[in-house]
Design a protein around this ligand. Structure first.
Ligand code: UD1
Length: 443
């Protein structure tokens, strides 16, 4: 969505304060948009963020024959899938984002075939989609891999007992969407149960699918029932929530996330409390009310599948540790290579050493503004958050990542009092209309 030359300018900011509401979760909307391929007709989604990944998914659905209209002001998306008549996703579209892989299950369910390129940068075997493929094969799907192109077809999807070797979010979602059209009961054991997966489950149920969860971590899908289009309001984005809370924390501020759901962020909020910050709910018991401590203590944490500490909040939380008192040990266990932001935080004066999957952060008195490059969505958040507390000015490039993950998050920061702006190369402020879909990253 960036023109590649734009940048975020972040200045040391006063305490952030105020009320703010969250958009729907990016990680829910992408898969829910893919799931609409299971139905024929008009569905409506509410509170949809206008992030560039959402715009890419719109292009993908349109390329298959869907008619999509997106009211970005009202955050409402209308998708008419009556005319969907293709099951082949063009490689150019596929490579725009890793989440494109999520159309495989719905296309197999609808057309008994799906031809897709491997998502951006993905290599079967190491940064894999092996859990998606292996289990779809178990359901009867034939997979023909030709270079980086996958041709899949199935004569009839069969319900199975599936045990995931790892609770992969994407694999759980793809299998669930294929299973709704397989006659009989599919059980996904060791399934991912992230709030975004549960939001997809909610949508599938509204469509007419019969799905329930069993302890421990099992999703049961009784497939073969007719599916209808849906109206659905997305679950609020817990990752946008976590990012805003970290921004408030590093400036010593207080914010109220009006539609935040504490129950989706329990471990993360517990860690903020251990740092000395105060968390509560609004008067009616809803929302997340946050008040920062002025003397934050360092905490250690380890990322894990839900309900563990979210890998997507590891980088923003690391930014907080840079200015906390003491030593923090951060263990990234979900992704192999998710500490790239360390190098950029170091440029700002952070004291961090990395060994394998672990980063050891020694809190410092001050950070300094620097020119930094965002390498992925959540790294961009960490750098913007650090920039709010750093002396001077931070210039962040690589903001296509920021724009892939969030709908003008800088405007929400600004609304809370942050000194932050999005600029074009000329140095002139950019507006929504200046942004175009160009990002080509996985995530
Ligand atoms: C989703 C989220 C992403 C989040 C991640 C983990 C979306 C669009 N993205 O990504 O923001 O960081 O969950 O919470 O929802 N793996 C395999 N084989 C597979 C699939 C995954 O080994 O077939 C590995 C991955 O390499 C990774 C780990 O499992 O190390 C987690 O991946 P997964 O849960 O699948 O994440 P995504 O669905 O890609």
């Amino acid at each position: 969505m960036s023109n590649g030359n734009s940048y975020l300018e972040i200045k040391q900011s006063p305490e952030l304060s105020g009320d703010v509401s969250l958009y729907g979760a990016k990680n829910a909307v992408l898969v829910i948009m893919a799931s609409l391929l299971l139905t024929s007709g008009k569905s409506r989604l509410k509170n949809v963020p206008g992030s560039s990944d959402v715009l890419h998914m719109i292009k993908l659905l349109e390329s298959l024959g869907a008619i999509v209209s997106f009211d970005q002001e009202a955050h409402e998306l209308c998708v008419d899938t009556s005319g969907v008549n293709k099951w082949r996703v063009q490689p150019g579209i596929m490579k725009q984002m890793r989440a494109s892989i999520l159309v495989m299950g719905p296309l197999l369910a609808r057309f008994s075939r799906a031809d897709i390129a491997l998502p951006g940068g993905c290599v079967i075997g190491t940064r894999p989609i092996d859990l998606h493929l292996k289990n779809l094969e178990k359901m009867g799907v034939s997979i023909d891999l030709n270079g980086s192109y996958l041709k899949t077809h199935v004569s009839r999807l069969s319900a199975q007992d599936i045990i995931l070797d790892y609770p992969s979010v994407g694999a759980t979602e793809n299998i669930m969407m294929a299973a709704v059209s397989a006659r009989g009961t599919t059980r996904i054991m060791n399934a991912a149960l992230e709030p975004e997966v549960l939001d997809l489950m909610e949508v599938l149920k509204k469509m007419g699918a019969r799905i329930n969860t069993e302890i421990p971590a099992t999703i049961c899908i009784e497939g073969g029932h007719p599916l209808q289009p849906v109206n659905h309001e997305l679950v609020p984005d817990r990752l946008e929530a976590g990012t805003l809370l970290c921004a408030a924390a590093i400036t010593g501020g207080s914010v109220f996330l009006t539609n935040g759901k504490k129950e989706h962020l329990e471990v993360f909020l517990l860690k903020l409390e251990q740092m000395g910050h105060m968390i509560s709910s609004g008067l009616d018991g809803n929302g997340i009310l946050f008040k920062a401590t002025q003397s934050p203590q360092a905490v250690s944490f380890k990322t894990a599948p839900y309900p563990g500490f979210p890998t997507d909040l590891q980088a923003p939380m690391m930014a907080l540790q840079c200015l906390a008192q003491g030593k923090s040990i951060i263990d990234e266990t979900v992704f192999e290579n998710r500490l790239v932001h360390v190098r950029e935080l170091q440029k700002m004066g952070a004291q961090i050493s990395v060994e394998g999957s672990k980063a050891v952060v020694m809190g410092v008195e001050e950070l300094y503004g620097a020119s930094v490059i965002a390498s992925d969505i959540r790294a961009s958040c960490a750098l913007a958050i650090a920039g709010l507390a750093a002396k001077g000015t931070t210039i962040m490039t690589g903001i296509s990542h920021w724009q892939r993950g969030y709908d003008h998050l800088e405007e929400k920061f600004d609304q809370l009092g942050a000194a932050i702006g999005l600029f074009g190369l000329s140095g002139s402020p950019m507006h929504v209309s200046d942004l175009e879909v160009k990002s080509a990253e996985k995530g």
